[in-house]
Design a binder for this molecule. Structure first.
Ligand code: GLC
Length: 468
């Protein structure tokens, strides 16, 4: 008990120390404060990393930091600088930013991917920004901030960017490789689950944040249509359980026309062998990606857990995902909650998909490493589904090691027993994620900040689509 209290106080102090100031205003948190390695860009505030800190601050009377963060990142979104460097449309939010201090002159420098290793596009940032804005409004009741003209403009720019007409047949968003938490080449280009789950939550957030009026009515119509089409598409085509696996196993291919059952022309031979035995009798999950003749069967944790919290999946599917996690606990949670994806890719596949990335060797980093930040996503999903015993179990595992190991960024190995080879210590989202998970476990209603109820409007659309 005493160690537990000490762990919590220590982590609070560490989180406070990670706060970045812009002049005298707190605006974010650094990604990591590991004195033993070169900072690279870990001394910056990453939008996706700040989400965990934001939720902790909102729950602990520090909404001012979140408000400042939202204001400053919004100002970066519309800066001309961005337009110089990037050819992406307005609405894109930076992956990260840092404060530059030159004497008494302070300014922010943002990275939209033009400095990042591999020049990856941070598609998730604008989606997270909307989700954080909604959480801020929920926690503080300060809808006035969202209703300010610059915020309304920012929301509309994001919507325009995400809902624009493009060369694509699906309601999902098409993105380049490494466009989210997995920000390196990992064969996650196309229509990766994580982006779709964040998109679903972001659209719901935008819907709540639009100022009532004529413009809102137009956007509501478009948003509702997209939410309906998106959940239909994901539930219908990404869902995998034993029954569906059996169907795919016996699929005929080369079907043409509207009556095709195997719509994406998935060849049964492309089913990896591990899935056969790994899929439990009772359980299921959303696959990692889908496009013509390509179904990525890997289990991606953040996408599945956000699909539960955002109600992208039905209540029944949410239970089945949690049952799968329970039955495959050793593989997915093991010695540190939890694996970013399962299983790791190896050999020739690793060479082709990662481009021989030495950081993403099997069971390390993005390629099957265990990331403690995912603890709070697991706890949030467990609360939503009433599976508190799983949240408790995961918390106990994390609590045993995190502080002693120095709050690592990730763990390596088949079951996550080793601190990651190139892992940073004192990683902020590990620290904030732990505090958030602990707090939500003690006060489950706090998970409402990041959860969405199943929406009747979306259901209407589903019924309409099913009539076709
Ligand atoms: C790594 C992670 C990325 C994270 C960043 C800062 O690049 O892959 O998701 O945002 O570190 O922590």
């Amino acid at each position: 008990m005493e160690t537990q209290i000490k762990t919590t106080t220590d982590s609070w102090q560490l989180l406070e120390r990670s706060i970045i100031y812009y002049g005298d205003r707190p605006v974010g948190t650094v990604a990591a404060s590991d004195p033993s390695v070169e900072a690279l860009n870990y001394d910056q505030c990453f939008v996706r990393d700040f989400v965990s800190s934001a939720l902790v601050f909102l729950l602990n009377g520090r909404a001012d930091i979140v408000r400042n963060f939202l204001i400053e990142t919004l100002a970066l979104q519309s800066s001309d600088k961005q337009m110089d460097y990037s050819h992406a449309g307005r609405g894109l939010m930076p992956a990260s930013f840092k404060v530059m201090n030159e004497g008494s002159h302070h300014y922010l420098v943002a990275d939209f991917g033009e400095h990042a290793i591999g020049r990856v596009t941070p598609v998730d940032s604008c989606l997270w920004w909307l989700i954080v804005l909604r959480a801020y409004v929920k926690a503080t009741g300060d809808l006035d901030l969202a209703y300010q003209p610059d915020f309304q403009q920012g929301i509309v720019w994001i919507l325009k960017l995400c809902l624009a007409d493009r060369f694509d047949m699906y309601p999902t968003i098409l993105v380049p490789d490494g466009a989210f938490m997995i920000d390196r080449r990992m064969g996650v280009d196309g229509h990766p689950l994580e982006i779709q789950a964040l998109f679903y939550a972001a659209l719901q957030s935008a819907r709540e944040m639009l100022l009532p009026g004529y413009k809102r009515d137009i956007y509501l119509e478009v948003i509702n249509q997209r939410l309906g089409a998106l959940s239909y598409h994901l539930r219908q085509y990404y869902w995998l359980d034993l029954k569906r696996l059996n169907n795919i196993y016996r699929y005929r291919s080369e079907e043409f026309g509207t009556s095709a059952i195997n719509k994406f022309n998935i060849y049964p031979d492309s089913i990896p062998e591990w899935v056969h035995d790994w899929m439990p009798e009772q359980g299921g999950y959303l696959v990692g990606n889908l496009s013509p003749a390509r179904m990525d069967f890997r289990f991606f944790a953040l996408g599945n857990l956000m699909a539960i919290m955002s109600s992208l999946v039905t209540a029944q599917e949410a239970q089945l995902i949690m049952s799968l996690i329970e039955q495959r606990w050793q593989d997915l949670v093991g010695h540190m909650p939890m694996k970013i994806c399962y299983p790791a890719i190896a050999d020739q596949e690793w060479k082709i998909l990662t481009g021989c990335d030495p950081k993403n060797v099997p069971w390390s980093y993005h390629n099957g490493g265990n990331w403690p930040v995912l603890l709070w996503f697991l706890v949030g999903a467990a609360i939503k589904t009433g599976r508190m015993e799983l949240a408790q179990r995961a918390m106990e595992i994390a609590e045993r090691r995190l502080a002693d190991d120095g709050w690592p960024e990730y763990y390596d190995g088949r079951y996550g027993r080793l601190v990651g080879k190139a892992s940073r210590k004192y990683q902020t989202w590990t620290i904030a994620g732990f505090l958030l998970a602990k707090s939500m476990l003690e006060n489950p209603e706090q998970a409402d900040l990041i959860s969405f109820r199943e929406d009747p409007g979306t259901l209407d659309w589903l019924y309409k689509l099913q009539e076709f």
